[in-house]
Design a protein around this ligand. Sequence first.
Ligand code: HEC
Length: 447
Amino acid sequence: MTKQLAQLALGGWCVSFALQAADAPVSYLKDIEPVLKKNCLGCHMPSNKQSGLLLTSYADFQKGGTKGPAFTSVVGYLTGERQPRMPFGGKPIADETVNLFKRWIAEGAKDDTSSVGAQAHVVAKPPAVYAAAPPVMATAFSPDGKLFAVGGYREILLHEYGGKLLARLAGESMRIHSLAFSPDGKLLAAVGGDPAVSGELQIWDVAARKQTASVVGSNDTFFGVSFSPDGSKIAFAGADKSIRLYDAASGKEIRKMDHHEEWVFATVFGVDGKRLVSVGRDRAAKLTEVETGRFIENINLLKEPLTAVARHPKKDWIAIGGQERIPYLYKMDRPRAMRIADDSTLIRKFEKQDGPILSLAISPDGQHLAVSAEVGPVRIYNLETGDLEAKCAGHEGAVYSLVFHPGSKELLTAGFDGMVRSYDLGGKMLKAFAPVPLEKPIVARNE
Ligand code: HEC
């Protein structure tokens, strides 16, 4: 694997490229396209084609918009000589970047997307073996605890839990942000995308290892996928502030809801599947009626953005957390006589974590809450009493994903360092393994 691909696999959000020598020609692929992707696609893509201009490929860029070829006019739009300045309503592009556009056009506006050195960039396949374990954002257990799914780079890795790698499910999205098995274990839903480009929902037939649906939409990634308790519906959230509801069998959209004012990160259905909870950057935990899509109310509006939600296996209790670092346990239902802005639904506040909360999980037996944050160990609390039960240490960097084994005796963690670790509920590490095939296998150490 080339260095670039390793960076892609590792960097994820910020694809970094080596600085080129001052006299080397400007490259469309390395210098121009990343700027377009980051700053322009939101308004110049098939779903939002402002002024008839698509900037999704070299050919589209060349063709231009309603006012003609874009190569001749783009610099003017970037400097503000032509109005309105681009990116429209956004922060102007830095002079040195505009100079790259100028030079690239002066040098003949060459298309180098198919050059040999470009291969690493255009590759849309998972690597056969990884040079380093990529950060893991998503993990899930099948309901019987036998299968363990992990999000990789443009793939999902399906492991036999405690055993071998069973299958590699290659898909479209660069990064998988969230995974969920259907309650009967037959389907696996994944959401993710390519940051600032597109979001995707994938549905897989687990036994056949076959993708039954791939829905690409939006201009940024999707997050927080969940199944309704009867397995018929899939909900997920978007950087486009949406909550989306899909039919699990057909992969067809049922409804898109826009109750949030900011990015939405996580969803979970209530026990009877009639209501959906979603949390997001707008600090709100919102309750939506599934049947109609109607916004019911804010379960709460906290002081800081929310990133995670988990539901009690048998009750309509939800744990939420985010920037404020404090995990809260709330009831979804408000006692009738209470006013809207009160805190009568709060069951418990847990202790403040070392950093912003990234993930929450409640054990399938309803006894424990696990919390991960940007820094510090993963902590396990007694859900009923709020007492700290264990600290799970050993990670390098943030832990993005927490999942209890369905037997409620083990907690699995994964995150920035690309390793999956399992702990007993006393915080003892049982196992650590890299979920992807590596060029140089890491020898897993048990503590
Ligand atoms: C927030 C939305 C938005 C973003 C982001 C944006 N544009 Fe635009 N763009 C527009 C709109 C709206 C127009 C039409 C403006 C007009 O003529 O009134 C336009 C027009 C253009 C045109 C003229 C097309 C034609 O032939 O009519 C060019 C070229 C262009 N944009 C380039 C860019 C580039 C390059 C970027 C990124 C650096 C960018 N735009 C980012 C909204 C956007």
